[in-house]
Design a protein around this ligand. Structure first.
Ligand code: ASP
Ligand code: MG
Length: 404
């Protein structure tokens, strides 16, 4: 008998029909002879609606009360799912995060799980119950209900999979799985069958937003393989696992980020502390900077360029202008519309020539590279926003990401 975790996101249980379908999936697993723990989110856009309701009463609601409020969304789902499963003639019990033993720190609205006491869950499973746990919530040491940050039900599911030593963990969502590139931009993009935790994390942070990244971090730390699957059909989705399980390829996926901007500060004095002054002023404005390039210096001065989100441009400009004056730098130049194309793959660690293939694909398509940044498993280039989609398609094709 295997222990299986199934997680259903808000869209997979948005109405009675879909909730019934999800309940049927749980029953099927149970009928196949498995122990089943289901983790659910709030139905549809319930969480957003509750946030909106609170904001209408108070623009800055207290985080503790928000946790009390938002946890209700998931609580509705667990009760309804138990009710639905009962009507199918099966035993099911709903548990809040607290009842399921999910103990967190006391940081309201973005709590972290400290430990899971699985005694109650195991007891219910032994009684032959399908156990339905409210995602996204836990309890702190003072018995306050806490929540794990938006999208936190994924984290609940993966953390439970680790604590219960589940054999399988299926995350049902409204996407077909993880793709080699955004299929809306690259029609040839294909579903990736297996992907490494780190690749998944990179692609998630690159805007291929499929699940809360903390969930993938926990899965990696405790070696919990999980599947991202569509709630609407029987596709196997994508298995997220460790490198040993993977077919060796250099590049697994490609991503495009739009809405970025580039700032260049000319004639920065080449002295210790200049970069530190500039970037601490920017950090004080809560702006996060992405790619940074400093040129080779000549005659004691250098140029410094960095990229950031377009929305952060006014704040970054304000911060930089003050420091420019103080340091005696030259002009500030802004390109307010650039894009970043990245390729990701754990296999590129051990292979040379990946960067070269990427750059020649871009060159053949007339794409000019403005900046380059690399890590062990990722290469990113900053280019003109107009060429974003061409560049994405070019690298996708060059690495044959579309062919099976
Ligand atoms: N209902 C919560 C949210 O919408 C948690 C989740 O869906 O994972 O953020
Ligand atoms: Mg949700």
């Amino acid at each position: 008998m295997a222990l299986v975790i199934q997680k259903f996101g808000g869209s997979s249980i948005a109405d009675a029909e879909r909730l019934k379908k999800a309940s049927r999936r749980a029953v099927e697993e149970f009928n196949a002879g498995n122990q089943v723990v289901v983790v659910v989110s709030a139905m549809g856009d319930r969480t957003d609606e509750l946030v909106e309701l609170a904001r209408r009463l108070n623009p800055e609601p207290a985080p503790r009360e928000m946790d009390m409020l938002l946890s209700v969304g998931e609580q509705t789902s667990i009760a309804l799912m138990a009710i639905a499963i009962h009507s199918m003639g099966f035993k099911a019990v709903s548990l809040t995060g607290s009842q399921a033993g999910i103990r967190t720190d006391g940081v309201a609205s973005k709590a972290r799980i400290n430990e899971i006491d699985a005694t109650r869950v195991f007891r219910e499973l032994e009684k032959g119950q399908i156990v339905i746990v409210a995602g996204f919530q836990g309890v702190d040491s003072d018995d306050n209900i806490t929540t794990l940050g938006r999208g936190g039900s994924d984290t609940t599911a993966v953390a439970l999979a680790a604590a219960l030593k589940a054999e399988r963990c299926d995350i049902f969502t409204d996407v077909d799985g993880i793709y080699s590139a955004d299929p809306r931009l690259v029609p040839e993009a294909r579903r990736i069958e297996r992907i490494d935790y780190d690749e998944m994390l990179e692609l998630a942070s690159l805007g291929a937003q499929v699940m809360q990244s903390r969930a993938a971090e926990i899965a990696k730390r405790f070696s919990v393989p999980f599947r991202v699957r569509p709630g609407g059909n029987n596709s196997e989705g994508t298995l997220v696992t460790n490198t040993e399980q993977l077919e060796q390829v250099d590049v697994r996926g490609a991503a495009l980020e739009m809405n970025e901007a580039k700032v260049t500060i000319r004639d920065v004095p080449d002295i210790p502390g200049a970069a530190s002054k500039i970037f601490s002023a920017i950090a004080k404005e809560h702006v996060s900077v992405d790619v940074i390039v400093q040129n080779i210096s000549a005659k004691g001065i250098t140029d410094l360029s960095f990229t950031l989100l377009q929305d952060d441009l006014p704040a970054a400009r304000r911060a930089s202008e003050a420091v420019i004056e103080e340091l005696g730098c030259g002009e500030l130049e802004v390109e307010d519309s650039i894009a970043k194309v990245s390729i990701v793959g754990v296999g590129m660690k051990n292979h040379t020539g990946v960067a070269e293939s990427m750059f020649s694909a871009l060159a053949e398509n007339g794409v000019n590279i403005k900046m380059i940044s690399t890590s062990e498993i990722k290469i990113s280039v900053v280019i003109d926003a107009d060429q974003g989609q061409i560049a994405l398609r070019a690298v996708h094709e060059a690495f044959e990401l579309g062919s099976a």
